[in-house]
Design a protein around this ligand. Structure first.
Ligand SMILES: [Zn+2]
Length: 204
């Protein structure tokens, strides 16, 4: 009688242990994969003066698109903290990409509550004689982008360590594509460098 009681207790404890282990494992895995990235958006002050609401809505939609992809692919949440007016492009007709990014980097340093800062512009973005859609350095704390879902996603990809791909179906294709997909190599890179901090880059 006592023996079978002991046996029952042992079986019971065994089941509890297995149950707790099974329940605990996915929770732990989920926690290590989960990362929330806070974003501050800068929008050309001219656009904000003309139509603050419309500009904010456009930016929110673009960030929501990138957030969906990052959530699905990497378990990363992109959370838009604020849309602030951006002085740098004000009164200019075209922007030097290096200067625009440098200014966004400086603004990012001031945005202590955000991991990354995205400067949105509708103006011509130039790197010497080359016209760009956006500009960012790997693991930088800021990027510059046109009001375009694919370009914004591509530039955020750079901030997460992604590099240019020869694959025209990859969002990291240099000439930009309408893709929502990162190529396999860049997926692996982003997953591997997930914990890396965004910082002010010193060189491209
Ligand atoms: Zn690029």
């Amino acid at each position: 009688m006592r023996r079978s009681h002991l046996f029952q207790t042992a079986v019971f404890l065994f089941i509890i242990t297995v149950f707790v282990t099974v329940c605990a494992t996915p929770a732990v895995a989920q926690r290590t994969a989960y990362r929330e990235i806070t974003v501050t958006a800068l929008a050309d002050r001219e656009l904000m003066e003309n139509d603050a609401e419309g500009t904010e809505r456009e930016i929110k939609d673009i960030i929501a698109f990138a957030a969906d992809v990052f959530k699905q692919e990497f378990g990363v949440t992109l959370k838009l903290r604020a849309v602030k007016p951006w002085e740098f492009p004000y009164g200019k007709t075209k922007l030097d990409a290096n200067d625009a990014l440098a200014d966004a980097n400086v603004q990012a340093r001031g945005n202590k509550d955000s991991d990354i800062t995205l400067g949105f512009t509708k103006k011509k973005l130039m790197l010497e004689y080359k016209k760009l859609g956006g500009y960012a350095f790997m693991f930088g704390n800021a990027a510059v982008t046109h009001f375009d879902e694919s370009i914004a996603l591509h530039e955020i990809g750079h901030l997460f360590g992604a590099h240019h791909s020869q694959d025209p179906l990859s969002i990291m294709y240099e000439g930009y594509t309408d893709s929502e997909n990162f190529d396999r190599t860049n997926k692996a890179v982003i997953q591997k460098t997930m914990e890396k901090k965004f910082s002010m880059p010193s060189a491209p």
